[in-house]
Design a protein around this ligand. Structure first.
Ligand code: BG6
Length: 479
């Protein structure tokens, strides 16, 4: 298994992800000398294109999506690219594809960035053309199904051709620097772990807020909704990293073994523990934006916002709620995890009039990467009218702490790990299926209850019921 691939085959090579993320990431890796000199990248998709046309297509994508300070000489990178037209649904073109791929000296990594309905036919095509041998790794981009049953079908189809240790399921949140830093924070420091449990933590909040709306992904998004687009994957992975036991090693098996235990310990959600919403016209950053139904062009029951009160039923987290919320067209783009510690057991200052607030750790994942711990401190003075205490932040801005270090986008890291065969930041089958099991139960609860999304104004923090979901427990969402 430990080979560095010398061929990378991209399915969906003309798609949005390829243009926005995959080609720019591969270029950036190449520019930094991180790709093997003999790595060849073969793109394939339905469009008719020659190698030269694909190189031009790739150049246009790089010019459009690479930040100006990361564009360099493109010729060498473009020379790595070639292209094969393929209708993935019929077996016919796969032999030609195999010819184009040639015989890898060390191994082949395949990246499927296509509609999941093509996964099965593609695997069959690859098998028929002998492209599933022991030196081939298979990488799958989300969505991996629309529910547990369809995800199992996909997983079964892939498992028919590849063993689990050669399957790489992407959740791009795992490639984000600050998400990995969560593990460093928890397990490379002594001070947090003894407090990281129900005895000392009151609750956890995980927010993934976006300002964007549909972004032209009309059909996909309207079928998925926020719970399947964001909670099933990214948010549950964040939750698992926050809640898991310390793995014995930072390796694929140990980390994923611990994450899956958390995912399996998620308590089925009951009525009243979720709120869904759909945005109406409003304004974000002073700009008027249309409502979801206007963007879509028809009325719809799809949720663009969801808030959930989740529980992890194990010893460590007994009685600690995890409040999750995500939505489109919220006031700002922010992904963060808030660890709200419990109050001190006894205030020695109570008799002197001081009020206390419990400590809070805020882990900012994006756009700002920072870690803030709020501590109580005494307000300077002679305290003639009683002691005054106030919360002060202990703030680490990661870009300042590591100035000079290159901040890489998630796909750079994940593509390099794929080519080199490190599965640690990829999602294992049992994790995906545990995620779906929990999500399916929520969706069937919504169906039984006839729950439809409440409206919220674009630019607000979702329906007021989401605020109430936390407030009835005495919790305020961090904003
Ligand atoms: C994707 C979702 O998985 O993640 C999108 O399909 C969402 O709807 C995106 O916008 C968010 O990713 P990021 O990295 O911008 O937070």
């Amino acid at each position: 298994m430990s080979f560095t691939a010398d061929r990378l085959l991209l399915f969906g090579a003309t798609g949005d992800l390829a243009q926005r993320m995959l080609l720019p990431s591969l270029f950036a890796l190449d520019a930094d000398g991180l790709l093997a000199p003999d790595l060849k990248i073969i793109g394939t998709a339905r469009s008719e294109m020659t190698d030269g046309e694909y190189r031009n297509f790739a150049r246009a994508a790089l010019e459009k999506y690479l930040p100006a300070d990361r564009r360099g000489r493109m010729a060498e990178f473009l020379n790595r690219l070639s292209y094969q037209t393929l209708d993935a649904t019929t077996l016919e073109g796969y032999d030609d594809l195999a010819k184009k791929v040639g015989t890898p000296a060390r191994g082949l990594a395949i990246f499927l960035s296509t509609a999941p309905s093509l996964f099965g036919p593609t695997i069959r095509g690859l098998q028929s053309a002998g492209l599933t041998g022991e030196n081939v790794r298979m990488c799958l981009e989300k969505p991996l199904g629309t529910d547990l049953a369809s995800s199992r079908e996909i997983n079964d189809a892939v498992a028919g051709a590849f063993p689990e240790n050669r399957i790489f399921r992407i959740d791009h949140y795992l490639g984000k620097e600050t998400v990995q830093n969560l593990l460093a924070l928890r397990f490379a420091n002594l001070m947090f772990e003894p407090l990281w449990n129900a005895a000392h933590i009151d609750h956890v909040q995980i927010t993934v807020a976006e300002t964007v709306g549909l972004e032209g992904r009309v059909a996909f998004y309207d079928d998925a909704g926020a719970i399947r687009d964001m909670v099933q994957n990214h948010m549950l992975q964040l939750l698992a990293l926050v809640a898991m036991e310390p793995p014995a090693h930072f390796d694929a098996t140990a980390v994923r073994d611990e994450k899956v235990k958390v995912l399996r310990a998620l308590r089925p959600v009951i009525a009243g523990e979720t709120v869904t919403g759909q945005y109406r016209a409003g304004a974000i950053g002073g700009q008027a934006v249309p409502g979801y139904d206007e963007e879509l062009g028809k009325p719809s029951d799809t949720e663009t916002f969801v808030a959930i009160k989740a529980h992890v039923d194990n010893w460590r987290w007994k009685g600690v709620p995890f409040y999750l919320r995500t939505g489109k067209r919220l006031p700002k783009r922010v992904t963060e995890i808030v660890i709200q510690f419990a109050c001190v057991p006894h205030s020695i200052f109570a008799g002197r009039g001081a009020t206390m607030q419990p400590n809070r750790l805020v882990i900012g994942i994006q756009p700002e990467e920072n870690i803030t711990l709020s501590l109580m401190a005494k307000v300077p003075g002679l305290d003639r009218e009683g002691i005054r205490l106030r919360q002060v932040p202990l703030n680490i801005a990661m870009p300042d702490a590591f100035s000079g270090a290159v901040r890489r986008i998630a796909y750079e890291r994940l593509l390099l790990d794929l080519v080199e065969g490190d599965q640690t930041l990829f999602v294992r089958r049992d994790e995906v299926e545990a995620q779906w099991e929990w999500i399916d139960a929520i969706r069937s609860l919504w169906a039984t209850e006839g729950l439809t999304p409440k409206t919220y104004t674009a630019g607000s923090w979702g329906p007021s019921a989401a605020i109430a979901l936390a407030e009835r427990d005495g919790v305020t969402w961090h904003e």
